[in-house]
Design a binder for this molecule. Structure first.
Ligand code: IVH
Length: 671
């Protein structure tokens, strides 16, 4: 390779790896497998060795990797959070073993642990209390996410047992169980939101949320695997694991002590198959020298310890034939392409379908042709993914697959908003899967929860021409006789259904708002909007600026609401539902709190709180006679401060000598 070629190649790989690092750490949406990433890193490292004159000081080979996001306070790690060297085959492990033997002789043991596929977290405890939780960030400094981490049940907030030191750090991996991931991801797609690719991304997206109440709703778990103290308390890593377990930390019981590399290889081979029976994802095995003084002897390279290494499982990959690409239309009109495959056994299950995400995946990334032979992988992702096409097996005359231009259900030309990946069918009034999907969403358990009316009945009633809009559901009582005549439903089930429909008119405004199925308005957002605006009338006339003043409402959601309410058909439907007696106003709670305790006092609430949302605190203040101000001035009585409050606000309040109180102090004021 000529020097010019080498220089160009080095620069190209660096640019590519930087993008992947950004996708992984900042966007939490990686587009490359760890295996392929490491391969590229290795290639770069080799090129830099061969052509040192072109090696850049901040090349991805020189850094631990990662970025620090802006929303949280950045905290420097007391001990850097290093990464591990990766190996992918037995030979590399045997080489690792030999390096260790050369350095410390033959008298040592290994601890083998599962390599949990989540995000690493450093927890600091002082006097037995969890005082700080920090993400890995770039390895030197990370984000302080204590409030969110406090919502994780398996992490003790206060230690009750054991001889723990006054100050220590403990590190581990935060992750989400597969079942919870599937359930929550389905809710996301039901809300018209982009699903997370895998549980790791979901866990890291959750930890970075600004609203800890929302974090608490997403069950996360954490396995701890490393204790850090000023003075060494134990002789071995194994002993320290046993001790921290007795202090109340969640330690994975699958770890094993191995006396030599053969034991390690057996452990690896066992888990390579058995991992699919775990309730969480692992992506490899971590191998650590057990004895701390031997660890010290071995030391570190600039990026990772010499006494530990990770063995990464290869995602299982199989070849199969693409039979056909089909398209599904969701209730929001978004079209999702699906690859139908010749059934093939992969990671213990028969795979018949794979996600294709969007049009670009078919025509740009994979450039799929009819009856292509494709490589399918099931790594961290639950749904298998087509990794690439086996071009050697493509038939010479195979036709390229083009994305559909018209809705597969109603034949309306599809549209794509600039900057978005998905194509939409705009025919929301006439496209059957959208009409049925919207009504099914409305009657769902999390929305109006209508007794006696299920998804299939909605389909039947729509097919028979009884219902086309949500408001038609509330006209069904006028068709009781016709429904009976149909012979499809018994009298009792018709009565149950009509009773359920009637009863649903009492469901609170937030449920109705969620049930309308407005894009990006999930359950929590609907609740926040209802709490903030109190009535749909106020919400409908709100400007974009008004909408974004509500807690957690960003521009994307505000825009979606504006578009929805601007549509005359939607306005008409809301009027009908109002006339039918559905709730479009927040029911004022009885003001039975000690209502005058805060009279004459004014408040501003800022930051994130562990127990209450900001809107809840506002409500409490108002119900006790207090006033909420919108900006800090000398007139303000108190600033109620939570975590991660903006520094400008804090500074202004301090300058004006305004008392800064916690939410607990506020509670104490109202008794
Ligand atoms: S030990 C000095 N043990 O893997 C390195 N890490 O590439 C200390 N991980 O950042 C890490 N399971 O997020 C260790 N049992 C385990 C692990 C584990 C998962 C992650 C961790 C770390 C990364 C290293």
């Amino acid at each position: 390779m000529s020097p010019v070629e080498a220089k160009n190649q080095i620069q190209a790989i660096i640019a590519e790896l930087r993008q992947h690092n950004y996708n992984y750490y900042v966007l939490a949406m990686p587009t490359i497998s760890d295996f392929d990433f490491d391969k590229k890193l290795e290639q770069l490292s080799q090129l830099e060795k061969d052509f040192p004159e072109f090696a850049e000081p901040d090349s991805p080979t020189q850094r631990v990797g990662g970025f620090v996001t802006k929303e949280f306070v950045t905290v420097k790690h007391r001990w850097p959070m290093l990464s591990l060297g990766n190996t992918y085959n037995e030979q590399e492990l045997v080489d690792f073993d030999q390096r260790i033997r050369k350095a410390i002789g033959d008298n040592f043991e290994y601890v083998c642990e599962l390599k949990f596929d989540g995000l690493s977290m450093s927890l600091t405890y002082q006097s037995g209390k969890l005082i700080r939780a920090v993400t890995r960030g770039d390895g030197t400094q990370g984000d302080e996410v204590t409030t969110n981490v406090r919502t994780i049940h398996s992490i003790p907030k206060k230690l009750t047992a054991g001889d723990y030191p006054d100050l220590f750090e403990i590190r581990g991996e935060v992750f989400m169980h597969l079942k919870a991931f599937e359930k929550l991801n389905k809710e996301r797609t039901d809300n018209g939101e982009v699903p997370y690719a895998n549980p790791r991304n979901f866990a890291s997206g959750t930890i970075k949320l600004q609203d800890s109440a929302e974090v608490a709703k997403r069950p996360l778990d954490c396995f701890l695997y490393g204790l850090y103290t000023e003075k060494t308390l134990f002789k071995t890593h194994w002993e320290s694991l046993e001790a921290v377990k007795s202090w109340g930390f969640h330690i994975d019981d699958h770890s094993r002590l191995c006396s030599d590399i053969n034991g390690v290889l057996n452990f690896i081979n066992y888990w390579d198959k058995e991992r699919f029976n775990l309730s969480y994802d692992i992506d490899g095995i971590v191998i650590k020298v057990n004895n701390y003084s031997q660890q010290q002897e071995l030391g570190f390279t600039s990026k990772s310890p010499r006494w530990a290494i990770s063995y990464k499982f290869k995602a299982e990959r199989v070849e199969t034939e693409l039979l056909q690409v089909t398209y599904q239309v969701g209730r929001t009109g978004a079209v999702t392409p699906v690859a139908n495959l010749k059934p093939v056994l992969l990671a213990g299950t028969t795979v018949k379908r794979a996600t294709l995400h969007n049009a670009d995946e078919i025509t740009e990334r994979l450039k799929l042709h009819e009856h292509d032979t494709v490589f399918v992988e099931k790594g961290g992702e639950i749904i298998p993914k087509i990794i690439s096409v086996n071009l050697d097996k493509r038939k010479p005359n195979a036709k390229a697959i083009t994305y559909i231009t018209h809705c597969p259900a109603c034949n309306t030309p599809l549209l794509r908003t600039e900057g978005e990946a998905a194509w939409y069918c705009p025919n929301d009034e006439g496209c059957p899967p959208q009409i049925v999907g919207k009504m099914q969403h409305f009657i769902g358990r999390k929305a109006m929860d209508i007794d006696g009316l299920g998804d299939e009945t909605i389909e039947t009633l729509h097919a028979r021409g009884f219902i086309n809009h949500i408001s038609d559901i509330y006209q069904l009582h006028n068709h009781a006789a016709e429904l009976k005549q149909m012979g499809r439903f018994g009298e009792k089930s018709i009565n149950n259904m009509l009773e359920g429909i009637e009863k649903s008119k009492q469901m609170p405004f937030e449920k109705v708002l969620f049930g309308l199925g407005i894009r990006y308005i999930g359950e929590t957002v609907a609740k926040k909007l209802a709490l903030h605006f109190k009535t749909i009338d106020k919400m409908m006339v709100a400007s974009l600026e008004d909408l974004v003043t509500a807690e957690e409402i960003g521009e994307r959601i505000a825009q979606s609401l504006m578009e929805y309410f601007a549509n005359e058909k939607h306005q008409h439907e809301i009027e009908k539902l109002k006339a039918q007696g559905l709730q479009f106003v927040v029911e004022e709670k009885e003001v039975n709190l000690a209502s005058n305790k805060l009279a004459g006092q004014s408040f501003i609430i800022s930051g994130v709180f562990e127990t209450f949302s900001r809107d809840e605190l506002k409500d409490i203040i108002e119900q006790n006679g207090g006033k909420i101000l919108s900006s800090i001035s000398a007139k303000l009585s108190y600033l109620v401060a939570g975590e991660n409050m903006g520094p400008a606000k804090l500074e202004k309040a301090q300058k004006l000598n305004i008392p800064i109180i916690t939410d607990q102090a506020l509670m104490a004021m109202i008794g």
